[in-house]
Write a protein that binds this ligand. Structure first.
Ligand SMILES: Nc1ncnc2c1ncn2[C@@H]1O[C@H](COP(=O)(O)OP(=O)(O)OP(=O)(O)O)[C@@H](O)[C@H]1O
Ligand SMILES: [Mg+2]
Length: 1008
């Protein structure tokens, strides 16, 4: 049962029809054809309707879809049957065969090619060279056989005019190792005569139209088929294919198969000989008969590698052995000469075809086969044989062909029924017999010894004397008059569809066929003068000689009559049937939809006729008779388990059979099934159909369910993975933090005992999460370190340290030197070491001043150079206490000027190394001093000390910040409310730094 096809395409298996009637069968067949579904099953049989158009259903993807699958898993297809045959062969080591039947143009040959292509495509996955070459020859052989064995007929542009059975041998691996082709009854009469609108075999036109002028000249041929009697009829007939390109393909295929150039040349010399023979005419010359053209004789002699004299003699005379062992030559009449020529042409072609087949067989036959080494050699046979034929004029060929079809039908019935029966036996099911038409009676009519038609024909041929076709018909009338399937005008005088003394009718299983007995005897006898055989045997062309081994017998040796054509055919068909009967058969039944080769037309009457004679309806009946449908328990369960609550998703019963019983019971089908040993048998298709429908309805729900479960599973998996990722990330982060702590701990463990308290210890780089922590700990460490340093400073040193810290904040980075590295004495005027001569004086004056101004401590004192009002400079003394800023004269230290300390608003210094300081005051009368150095630090900086001390004092005592401005060059000060700018210059010859008036203010000149 096809999985992938909806019911809108009709029923993919005819056993599913509600009722087996011709109407329903035809309706389904037509619907499927119209929907482009050319294949339909009857159980394991494939019914194929010729689509008459290229179908896109043979590609690689389709092959892949069918490879190794069960029949019901895919829509019906040739590939399904090919695969089933291949599987049976490979898995069960069964020999199998695929029998393709149907009338001319129904698509048998195309089907056989697709089947072979499929087998070639699925085998030899390892691309072994020898297997590939076997496959290649098997595939290429089609092209050659079609060129020589096919012709355009009124029914089919590429009609096979021979029967073909091809065995493909496989090794234990299932790879093709060789093959064998059997050919049956080539329609050789076509060589010399064709019906109107038909052609001779393709090979003639291909040679004439496709080969080079050079070759044709060598063969003494002209390129127009019109000029040859044998090809004249078909010269103007149009076919679907191009003879020229086909010829090239054939030549290349011949080479691939392994024909040598000499062999190929010989093949076409024979074709040429036949064409030339056809044009050979005979003239009456008094008593004797003469050949019309000596040239043609010599050309024939050249092409057949014989002597011209022998050729003309053979065409004109026959050798006869007299009773006394004497040999005499007897001249032909004109009629006999023509008959002999045509018989020779037909025989030449027939033997050529036979030789080509045997040559291909020699190439593909399994070589060096050793069962012990290579395992069982299994076979798949493919039979593409002419279907049943009914023409207006039916002759000996149709008789043979229709007999062959009777035999195959017999086999079909026998095998299908037998298999069915065997299966029921195997499964322990009681078999019900059903009636079907058994055509054995017709087979007997044809082939029975002594009584059969063939026997009567043979007898007539053997009878010496003038036995004519009519006499033979009389004999049939006498012997077969009682037979229910035989009739003639004599036996049924009222039937005017038959002629007296000419026609007889056989009621074939496929329909009534009226045969004209004219020519039966000749065709059966198939006489060929021995002289032709001898002529060919004596050819010096080895290929030709090889085709005529019977020519070696001397004239007196030829005693035994050869078997007649009908008997030869009968024997070959019996052998074929025997060969097929021992194999597991698979059937492809081809139906031709119309006579117009149209892709859209479905001719009901024609199709119905074919369905009837192919016995398809019976086939369906047989299939359904007992049980229409059967399947192993496991597979049935697999397919329908979702339709029953006890089996979905899995059953808990002891065996699959019990589970299947549960499904059957749930649906109430108990009365409609039987339980075999391994399979369930379903009697009516309706039950199965119900199950199928239920299944089809459930599938979308199941799909959704599965999708839901699977999506849930995927989401859960994703979630678990994310969680794991976060856990890992968390652990890692914690580890990084801890590792950082450990590292900090390790590095800073001993800082307490270090001289620099860990200043030189490098901090490890913290993880991002610890950036803030890192900043804080660094800060903490710095503070701790500062504490450790400060803790050890004596209280007396603290003011200096604080001042230095303040100076650092105000000047560090701005001024190159600020005297950080030396002790700060502050009160330099009172310092005996700095001012040894004047310190005593100053101390006295300062004491007096302290008494007067009640100041607590001296913040700074020192000698300075100052500007006075008159723009000249004087040495003065600067004293800054915690209350005032004083300008003192430099001798007696008398106060020149005093301002309260709180009026100082800010300080200005330069970034250079000069010692200039401006104390800006709130009343815009600034102090501008140049600090001079005493003995203690002759060239050290005192600006930093002054600035640091004042800043520290303001911060600590007055709780305000004293802004300090550091300028790059020069300062700006107010003097008595006027703004002056002070620039700095170095000057050569300047001994001490000093101010001078300049434009817009003053310039401080510094020594170089
Ligand atoms: N499956 C197919 N797809 C496309 N075209 C097809 C198919 N089968 C058959 N045909 C067409 O039908 C024509 C006749 O088919 P084919 O030669 O296989 O018939 P046949 O049954 O072998 O006839 P005969 O008995 O005369 O040899 C082909 O040449 C092709 O054009
Ligand atoms: Mg064919």
């Amino acid at each position: 049962m096809a999985e992938l096809e909806g019911f809108e395409f009709g029923k993919s298996d005819f056993v599913l029809l509600d009722e087996v009637t011709m109407e329903q069968f035809m309706e389904n067949l037509r619907l499927r054809f119209e929907k482009g579904r050319i294949y339909t099953f009857i159980g394991e049989v494939v019914v194929s309707v010729n689509p008459y158009k290229q179908m896109d259903i043979y590609g690689k993807e389709v092959i892949d879809a069918y490879r190794g699958r069960e029949l019901y898993e895919n829509p019906p297809h040739l590939y399904a049957v090919a695969d089933a045959a291949y599987k049976a062969m490979k898995r069960r080591a069964k020999d199998t065969c695929i029998v393709i039947s149907g009338e001319s143009g129904a698509g048998k040959t195309e089907a056989s090619k697709y089947i072979m292509q499929y087998i070639a495509a699925i085998t030899n996955p390892s691309q072994r060279e020898e297997v590939e070459s076997v496959k290649n020859v098997l595939l290429k052989s089609n092209c050659v056989l079609e060129a020589f064995g096919n012709a355009k007929t009124n029914r089919n542009d590429n009609s096979s005019r021979f029967g073909k059975y091809m065995d493909i041998n496989f090794n234990f691996n299932g790879d093709p190792t060789g093959g064998h082709i059997n050919n049956y009854l080539l329609e050789k009469s076509r060589v010399v005569q064709q019906q109107a609108g038909e052609r001779n075999f393709h090979s003639f036109y291909q040679l004439l139209r496709g080969d080079t002028p050079e070759t044709l000249r060598k063969l003494h041929l002209k390129k127009e088929p019109e000029v040859y009697v044998y090809t004249k009829e078909g010269a103007a007939v149009v076919t679907g294919s191009n003879d020229g390109s086909c010829h090239k393909a054939v030549l290349s295929a011949l080479k691939v198969i392994g024909f040598t150039q000499d062999e190929i040349d010989s093949i076409y010399k024979i074709i040429g000989t036949i064409l030339l023979l056809g044009n050979m005419e005979f003239e009456n010359d008094g008593e004797a008969v003469q050949l019309s053209s000596a040239d043609t004789v010599s050309h024939i002699a050249e092409l057949t590698a014989t002597e011209p004299e022998s050729v003309s003699k053979t065409l004109l005379f026959r050798t006869v052995a007299t009773g006394g062992g004497e040999v005499i030559e007897k001249g032909h009449s004109k009629q006999e000469a023509c008959f002999g020529r045509d018989a020779f042409a037909k025989a030449l072609y027939e033997r050529l075809f036979g030789w080509i087949v045997s040559r291909i067989n020699a190439v593909i036959e399994v070589k060096n086969y050793n069962p012990a080494l290579h395992g069982k050699n299994t076979v798949i046979g493919v039979l593409d044989i002419y279907g049943f034929e009914i023409f207006d004029n039916n002759s000996f060929e149709q008789f043979c062909i229709n007999y062959c079809n009777e035999k195959l039908q017999q086999l079909f019935i026998e095998l299908i029924l037998r298999q069915e029966q065997e299966e029921y036996n195997r499964e322990g099911i009681t078999w019900q017999h059903i009636d079907y038409f058994n055509n054995q009676i017709i087979v007997d009519l044809v082939e029975q010894s002594h009584k059969g038609i063939i026997s009567i024909l043979d007898e007539a041929c053997l009878t010496v004397g003038n036995v004519t076709d009519t006499v033979c018909l009389e004999s049939m009338n006498t012997k077969l008059g009682q037979h229910p399937h035989f009739t003639s005008r004599k036996l049924c005088p009222t039937d005017k569809t038959m002629e007296f003394h000419r026609d007889f009718r056989i009621r074939h299983y496929a329909g009534d066929v009226t045969y004209s007995v004219e020519g039966f005897l000749d065709k059966n006898k198939d006489p060929l003068f021995q002289d032709f055989k001898r002529l060919m045997y004596n050819s010096s062309d080895p290929v030709l000689k090889d085709m005529w081994p019977d020519g070696q017998l001397g004239i007196t040796e030829v005693t035994k009559r050869p078997l007649t054509a009908a008997t030869l055919f009968k024997n070959s068909i019996i052998a074929l049937v025997d060969k097929l009967a021992c194999k597991e058969p698979y059937y492809v039944r081809c139906v031709k939809p119309n006579e117009m080769k149209s892709a859209v037309l479905f001719d009901d009457a024609r199709c119905q006729h074919q369905v009837a004679y192919l016995g398809l309806l019976e086939n369906v009946r047989v299939r359904r008779a007992g049980f229409a449908y059967r399947q192993p328990y496991a597979r049935f369960l697999q397919r329908y388990k979702m339709t029953c609550e006890y089996t979905w998703p899995n059953h808990l019963m002891a065996t699959d059979r019990e589970a299947v019983e549960a499904i059957v019971t749930q649906h109430g089908f108990e009365g409609d099934v039987a339980y075999g040993h391994t399979k369930l048998f379903v009697r009516t298709p309706r039950s199965l159909y119900t199950l199928e429908q239920e299944r089809a309805a459930l599938i979308p729900i199941l799909v959704l369910f599965l999708q839901k479960v699977w999506r849930g599973t995927l989401a859960r998996m994703r979630c678990r993975r994310m969680r794991a990722i976060y856990t890992i990330m968390g652990c890692y982060k914690r580890y990084k933090v801890k590792a950082h702590f450990w590292e900090v701990e390790r590095r800073f463990a001993g800082v307490r005992s270090m001289d620099d308290y860990g200043k030189s210890v490098e901090w490890p780089t913290p993880p991002a999460a610890l950036a803030e922590f890192h900043a804080i700990t660094q800060h903490l460490h710095r503070r701790w370190r500062a504490r450790q340093i400060i803790k050890n400073i004596a209280p007396s040193d603290m003011p200096e340290v604080r001042a230095k810290v303040a100076a650092l904040g105000a000047l560090a980075g701005e001024r190159s030197d600020w005297g950080c590295g030396r002790p700060w004495e502050r009160d330099y005027l009172a310092n005996a070491r700095d001012s040894p001569q004047t310190s005593a004086n100053f101390s006295r004056a300062a004491k007096e001043l302290r008494g007067k101004d009640q100041y607590g401590q001296t913040l700074f004192s020192g000698s300075v150079r100052m500007l006075n009002w008159f723009n000249n400079t004087k040495d003065k003394a600067l004293l800054i206490t915690d209350k005032h800023v004083y300008r003192l004269d430099s001798k007696k230290y008398k106060v020149n000027k005093r301002i309260p300390l709180e009026t100082v608003t800010s300080l200005s210094v330069t970034s250079g190394s000069d010692q200039m300081v401006a104390l800006h005051t709130s009343n815009q009368d600034d102090f501008l001093v140049y600090l001079q150095r005493g003995q203690l630090c002759t060239n050290q900086d005192r600006v930093g000390e002054l600035v640091g001390t004042l800043c520290d004092h303001f911060r600590r005592v007055r709780d305000t910040d004293l802004p300090v401005k550091v300028s790059q060059r020069g300062l700006s000060v107010y003097m008595s409310g006027k703004q002056k700018s002070i620039t700095v210059e170095t000057k050569a010859g300047q001994v001490t730094p000093d101010f001078r008036k300049s434009r817009g203010g003053y310039t401080l000149f510094l020594p170089q």
